[in-house]
Design a protein around this ligand. Sequence first.
Ligand code: GLP
Length: 267
Amino acid sequence: MEVIVKENYDKMSRLAAKIIAEVVREKPRAVLGLATGSTPMGTYKELIRLHKEEGLDFSQVVTFNLDEYIGLPPEHEQSYHYFMKENFFDHINIPPGNIHLPPGMVENLLEACRQYEQDIKDAGGIDIQLLGIGVNGHIAFNEPGSSLGSRTRVKTLDNNTIQNNSRFFERIEDVPKYAITMGIGTVMNSQRLLLLATGVNKAHAIAITVEGPITALVPATIVQLHRQATLVVDRQAAAELKCSYRDSPHDLSEAVAYIKRQKGKKS
Ligand code: GLP
């Protein structure tokens, strides 16, 4: 797992967008796993800028979002369908048919979950999955206690999550109690993970995620087992980390330059 600590939210967002943009430039038909929440908003803003100012092309890109509240129609301002349209999809050139979010209003939920897994598979799997993290260490809506091998399914939201997400609703009673979410196993099947965290209220969750034991009590800890996971966090979210980390992606050219210097010394 690569951990990168940036000075602030803007720098974190710019690096996250750069990483995603590189994936899209390298593979125009890339399959992106996307996330909602306040954390990735700066990343979407920067990706939109890259599209408008530098021609980053999303015309062949396919997306799968992590989760959706159950019981909120796509037009509801707090639904994740609405969030993604407003904050990202309406501002780039992705064909609507390439966009996938778990449906929050279908009655046959079991079939919807099965179909979502199948759609990801049919698209060739997710190339890079963007993730936020809950204060309690949840990823997507995989709350503490979630099976680490779980697939797309319906989850009951933790009281802590309902409390945290109530800031987006008029009253806490309006926060949905259930969500449809990719499972932890689904997330882990992605080729690459990009987890972002900002602010001091995420510091504890990040410390356990990076340096703690892997446990279903903190679902994000599973990313330690992923073969290509990158965590980009700001200084505040890094505040409780014990080891020291870099502020830029690991670059092999430094090591190669060192080898060359060593060779030079010998001759
Ligand atoms: C929600 C989402 C998660 C997100 C988390 C943190 O519960 N389901 O995907 O990571 O909130 O949100 P924020 O980035 O607003 O702190």
